[in-house]
Design a protein around this ligand. Structure first.
Ligand code: PGA
Length: 256
């Protein structure tokens, strides 16, 4: 079962996720992080940046990227990762990759998978979750065995991401995303979700049936998952009282 931590604020969530990254990097200076974009991880990046750690040897792989935007577009995930993660955290740009950042799109998925394997796999994957239940850009119906590949975004996801663009028509229709199988190979998943609009997806992912109709439910099959949610995103969790009880009574040696 995922460890579910219900926190009082998005800042508290960011501090906890930053704790997990900090202890990983203390043990392994060249740790491999899976990097998520979107609004949810921002407090994590902010908390980490404030700690002024030496993260120059950390390697990174972004979860996903739009297909069809020029790389220099400010909302390409290559640009977003550079602006919101690499620069504030002091990562080394050459050690951080985004899907389809080199070579033709047709072979970009296989190339990305090879690069992740060559790096020794992802140690800690930060995840958000979409209202559709997607993790990465794996929309409902994605195979649990899927690897990095090109996908079509749902209209719901395009609408949700329109806030970063002038209009929903400007949101690309296609993306390239780590697959659910790729995500499942990461050694630790840290899934963050905030706000009532995520409550349904969180409940489906954590407690619902394991089904590709809710891609986030794949986390139930992973050995080490930490779900960090605020009260609003936790509102539909049936066992919320137990999660609070377990967290408040965790053993002193237990780490995220
Ligand atoms: P958000 O996106 O963090 O911007 O809400 C999450 C997601 O779509 O996976």
């Amino acid at each position: 079962m995922a460890e579910v931590v219900i926190v009082g604020s998005t800042d508290d969530a960011g501090e906890l996720a930053a704790d997990a990254i900090q202890s990983l990097v203390a043990a392994k200076a060249d740790a491999v992080l899976g990097l998520a974009t979107g609004s949810t991880p921002l407090t994590t990046w902010r908390a980490l940046a404030a700690r002024h750690l030496d993260l120059s040897r950390v390697r990174g792989f972004a979860l996903d990227e739009y297909v069809g935007l020029p790389a220099a577009h400010p909302e390409s995930y290559r640009s977003v990762i550079a602006r919101e993660v690499v620069e504030p955290l002091g990562l080394t740009p050459a050690l951080v990759r985004v899907p389809a950042d080199r070579g033709p799109i047709e072979t970009a998925g296989a190339d990305y998978e090879r690069a992740i394997l060559a790096a020794g796999g992802i140690d800690l994957q930060i995840l958000g979750i979409g209202r559709t239940g997607h993790i990465g850009f794996n929309e409902p119906g994605s195979s649990f065995a899927s690897l990095t590949r090109v996908k079509t975004l749902t209209q719901q996801t395009r609408i949700d991401n329109a806030r970063f663009f002038d209009s929903v028509e400007d949101v690309p229709m296609h993306c390239i995303t780590q697959g659910l199988g790729t995500i499942m190979r990461a050694r630790h998943l840290v899934l963050l979700a905030f706000g009532e609009e995520k409550a349904d997806a969180v409940a489906g992912a954590v407690e619902g049936p394991v089904t590709s109709s809710v891609p986030g439910s794949a986390i139930q099959l992973h050995q080490k998952v930490t779900v960090i949610v605020d009260e609003a995103a936790a509102a539909m969790l049936r066992f919320a009282d137990y999660y609070r009880y377990a967290w408040n009574n965790r053993l002193a040696w237990e780490k995220l």
